[in-house]
Write a protein that binds this ligand. Sequence first.
Ligand code: TTP
Ligand code: MG
Length: 347
Amino acid sequence: MKIIGHLDMDAFFAAIEERDNPRWAGMPIVVGSDPAIGRGVVSTANYEARKFGVHSAMPISQAVRLAPQAIFLPVNGRRYGQISQRIMEIVSRHTPTIEQASVDEAYIDLSRCGSWAKAKMVCRRIKQEILKKEGLTCSIGLAANKLVAKIASDFKKPDGLTVVAPRKATQFLAPLGIRKIPGIGPKAEGVLKRMGLDTVGQVQALTEADLYRILGEWGLDLYETVRGKGSDELMTKWTAKSIGEQETFDTDTLNSAFIIERLSDMCQSIARQFKRDGFKLFRRVVLTIRWADFKTCTRSHTLQQPAQTPTALKTEMLRLVLPFFDRRENPKKQLIRLAGIRIEELE
Ligand code: TTP
Ligand code: MG
């Protein structure tokens, strides 16, 4: 069972403007297209402006009608992008497994924490550091998968931290409006509402057959979704990519000097490719050994501190391969047919 977090900045663009212009503190702020031109929409509004009903994607003219006293500001995308990057860096320092999902949100895998209590502590620290260093608040949801974590981060905005234990997911979702389920847009909402289905709990009461009849194939997905089932796999920058090489020897051998020399060459070549592809750090080293009888085994080491040099790679390689030359990994003194080395979790 994984522990997945979803972090989402509060009123992101507007919060940056408010922070940078203290004289507007506490006033309604709307970031979007120019009201003088009249067309175009609201990018976002701070929570003060939301009290008047202003929200993202609303025509700017309507926002002016609802909150004429608000401060209207243009979108400074470059600046928000830079701040976004700084925030993602802060988050990355607390957990190496991070999937940035948009300019102001990211999924993090906190399974390594080992317990929900510890994962929650890490989230508190992330929130504190973002507040201290960037003067911005965010909301985080913690759950067993991305779907529930995302819904949980939205649950107590702004400045929220919501933990949904796996066995509580169905119960947590039940009272929510159906639009809280990612994937239910205005159209599906319309269909479901016409049938008197307003809350997730009401949808939970339907059978798979019911949902198939109402929504087709997608109804079957929804059957799982409303029960809090979803993916817990993060698309990190480096899970997509690993660099490795392997070699089958001309004759099976247990000549340690020879095997280490071959593996060292592979490390050199991997390090070159790593650099050429613009990577800066690797976090995991994986060794593959195939015995003369074709049985294959892999041993890996995840580094506490990500490394970057060819020397560090060689050191790890040696630590992984040496046991194969003695009783630790090779009590029967089998010959080795193939050796390979690979780095993963590249950054
Ligand atoms: P959101 O996270 O959806 O909104 P938010 O951060 O402003 O407010 P909150 O999360 O507290 O509800 O989007 C992040 C930023 O993306 C938002 O600040 C502005 C931009 N955005 C648009 O430009 N247009 C849109 O329609 C939406 C939804 C967001
Ligand atoms: Mg946000």
